[in-house]
Design a protein around this ligand. Sequence first.
Ligand code: FES
Length: 198
Amino acid sequence: MANVIKDDASKSAKAAEAEHPSGDPRFKLVDRALKRLQYQQDALIEVLHTAQEAFGYLSEDLLIYTAHQLKLPLSWVYGVATFYHFFSLKPLGEHTCIVCLGTACYVKQAGEIVTKLQEEFGIEAGQTTPDGKLSLSTARCLGSCGLAPVLVLDGNVVGREAPASTVERVKALVAGQIAPVELKPASPSLELEEAEAL
Ligand code: FES
């Protein structure tokens, strides 16, 4: 990777200035990030974050565009996008629920939580309900083991849940009975430390 970065460093400044041919204005957000980061190849994760924020997920077209703009092999971009669980290659539902299945969470019923959610919503982990309301996924350690079992609901960390209470919480969220902003982290000092956990 280091050699790739070095070899292409001089070229990257002149990297494809051409805009995406679709004219989709969301690509302008990606282009802005690319320019701000000076088309540096080691800014790939940040560019992918911006792309996912703009589009909701990383489509094949987005991966190809990012690879082209950063002069990176598509296989490399795809590998990064699939390695980190916070990237999604499929459109997500209106609400998202990630259940940590790391060891500390698993021994505190995280597996049962996943099973109950799958039963309640009729989907497997990694899937979205047919009505597009909920995407359920799992992750390895989220770096908050002291709060095991840990969930991330619509980007908010929730800890020390039981299977039954989790199902009720997610049902209420999907039904619009609680707003995402009402979901507070279990500890005010808690920060999601995905990068460190990976
Ligand atoms: S194992 Fe779940 S947060 Fe660490």
